[in-house]
Design a protein around this ligand. Structure first.
Ligand SMILES: NC(=O)c1ccc[n+]([C@@H]2O[C@H](COP(=O)([O-])OP(=O)(O)OC[C@H]3O[C@@H](n4cnc5c(N)ncnc54)[C@H](O)[C@@H]3O)[C@@H](O)[C@H]2O)c1
Length: 272
């Protein structure tokens, strides 16, 4: 029986239904000799993604505004390094990108993951909060991609994965700036994919529903969260490793033909 057959059997067998629900891996991606840069790597989805890439043999550059990123990078091992940087600070991003290239020689995969989600009613949305959200969630991915893409284009090989959100394609109460910034991430993804695809660099977006991280659970705690779960066809939120696994897939050789896509990981919420 092949691995594929046994996976099918597991999925079709009622007493193994848990296999469909509980995150497990049947696919071991290998990223030896691969340099991966991840923003927002000190917590949540970025931290889990850094761990999975490290386990798969990659060298990981972990970028985060939290100084905790350095300690986490050290804990992952000597092949990895952390940098404290605000992705919305153009000069700081350029400086850190140079240091990453000095340390690792190149970046093969960029995961634009750092993001924030401050909430306020649309009619009272503070301009400073709007500006900050756009700066981190939309200008950040532009600045970091701008720093690493030239090397990828010169080598005619690269992968960029941008964290958008289901909020990019639907309206969510209180999420004015977040929705606008994430819709912008899809526009940015489309243009980069169009311009860079012919040069061996694919650019894709991932759009999760609520993910069980500090960001997700802060906004969707208690009864509000219970009500939200009830509206998702799979009746639950996503787990960080379910998003990280999809990021590894999009970074893999198997995903070479996927370019300019927006992968919704929302349990079917946006079809309702
Ligand atoms: N958690 C969710 O429910 C959810 C759903 C859809 C999309 N997303 C997106 O996934 C990404 C990661 O979300 P998460 O839930 O892991 O968030 P998180 O809050 O758990 O972690 C985000 C990380 O980004 C870092 N960060 C924030 N601002 C930064 C900046 N200016 N510069 C550098 N680093 C910065 C934080 O320090 C933190 O380590 C975000 O882009 C988010 O919008 C999250």
């Amino acid at each position: 029986m092949t691995q594929f057959d046994s996976t099918l059997q597991a999925i079709s067998s009622p007493n193994l239904r848990e296999n469909i629900v509980i995150t497990h891996s049947n696919t071991a991606y290998r990223f030896a000799d691969t340099v991966v840069a991840i923003t927002g790597a000190a917590a949540g989805i970025g931290k889990t993604t850094a761990s999975l890439f490290a386990q798969a043999g990659a060298s990981v550059a972990l970028l985060d505004m939290s100084p905790a990123v350095s300690e986490f990078a050290s804990a992952l091992g000597p092949m990895h390094q952390g940098w404290t940087v605000d992705v919305s600070d153009a000069d700081a991003v350029a400086r850190v990108a140079r240091q990453v290239i000095e340390r690792f020689g190149r970046v093969d995969v960029l995961v634009n993951n750092a993001g924030i989600g401050p909430l306020a009613p649309a009619e009272n949305f503070p301009l400073t909060t709007w500006d900050k959200t756009i700066a981190v969630n939309l200008s950040g991915p532009f600045l970091v991609a701008r720093a690493f893409a030239p090397g990828m284009l010169a080598r005619k090989q690269g992968r960029i994965i941008n964290l958008a959100s289901q909020a990019a394609v639907i309206g969510i109460e209180g999420h004015l700036a977040y929705c606008a910034s994430k819709a912008g991430v899809l526009g940015l993804t489309n243009c980069m994919a169009l311009e860079w695809g012919p040069h061996g660099v694919t650019v894709n977006a991932i759009s999760p529903t609520v993910v069980e991280t500090e960001l997700g659970l802060t906004g969707w705690a208690g009864e509000k969260g219970d009500r939200a779960r009830a509206t998702i066809p799979t009746r639950r939120f996503a787990k960080p490793d379910e998003i990280a696994s999809a990021i590894l897939y999009l970074a893999s050789g198997e995903a070479a033909m996927i370019n300019g896509a927006n992968l919704l990981i929302d349990g079917g919420y946006t079809i309702t």
